[in-house]
Design a protein around this ligand. Sequence first.
Ligand SMILES: *Cc1c(COP(=O)(O)O)cnc(C)c1O
Length: 370
Amino acid sequence: MIPFLDLKAQYLSVKDDIDAAIARVLESGQFSLGKEVAAFEEEFAAYCQTQFAIGVNSGTSALHLALLTAGVGAGDQVITVPMTFVGTVAAIRYTGATPVFVDIDPCSYTMDFTKIENAITPQTKVILPVHLYGQMADMDPIMEIARRHSLIVIEDAAQAHGAEYKGRRSGSIGDLGCFSFYPSKNLGAYGEGGMVTTNNPEYEKIIRMLRNWGQVGRCNHVLKGFNYRMDGIQGAILRAKLCRIDEWTETRRRLAASYDLLLAGSGVTISQTLPTRRHVYHIYAIRTPQRDILQQTLRNHDMQAEIHYPAPIHLMQAHDDLGYQSGDFPHSERLAREELSLPLYPELPEEALEQVVECIRNASMEAIHR
Ligand SMILES: *Cc1c(COP(=O)(O)O)cnc(C)c1O
């Protein structure tokens, strides 16, 4: 069987460091926040080229706190894309604000900046681009539009640890950046975790308060806060894994380049990386109108491929009260119909990748001859 993801293989490759990190926390008794989380925050901020990083308990919490810190609340609007994980939009709705969608660009699958200005109203507070699959959105024009309209930019970098845009890291270009350490992400905890990055000391102060019950000191509750603290054990584990992320990312990029090369001319559409961006391949996405058949064919050959995502948010039942309809965002809807994510993780053997490609090539030959 060729799995979509193999978290155990990665654990075994760093087992000694992880086991030691967990033991350190068990002995320190600092299970919530504490020294390990503080050290991870410093190391992650340096990794992202930002001044501050604040650890929280999930990527969704990171987005929620970033939005609150940007002053977003009921009656406000936040511009984002419908082609993302549901957590992006859930976080906007927690604040009482309304998500306003703009379509993706059909090449990079990230926010089409040419659609932003038409979506801006007097209620707009934030632009929230998503660095989908590990490639950063087109940040220069997004920042330019935001500055011209006095809007705050929050990057959803949950899939893009270490991705770059013109040499600048994800999470360092917008006013705030949000990361997830869900186990399957490029930097994954052994549980849940998230991080907000920023260069703004005021934002940093507010986020530190909000994640820990709005406290300044003990029991002095200044803001209406949350229990969004990062676990000590996750902080220690993530520190141990952060040392390896560049090596893992390079392996992901090498495997993705192999897929690109071997899939050329196979009939499926491979995704495009724009020249100014360092794609970190959280997902290796292909597109084909025969997506469902291809997924089943791979499954019949014991190979797992997944769909990210089968429905854009504007067509989900949970968010139908926003009033969008099928046809509103054609590029997002097409990606939802045609996208297939192939197995990709640093421990994936090259031979397994070649088997996946061979299966796809055979399947598309059959489709042509049918
Ligand atoms: C994973 C993810 C989130 C949510 O992160 P959690 O840690 O699962 O809460 C948000 N946005 C995107 C784009 C994601 O991929």
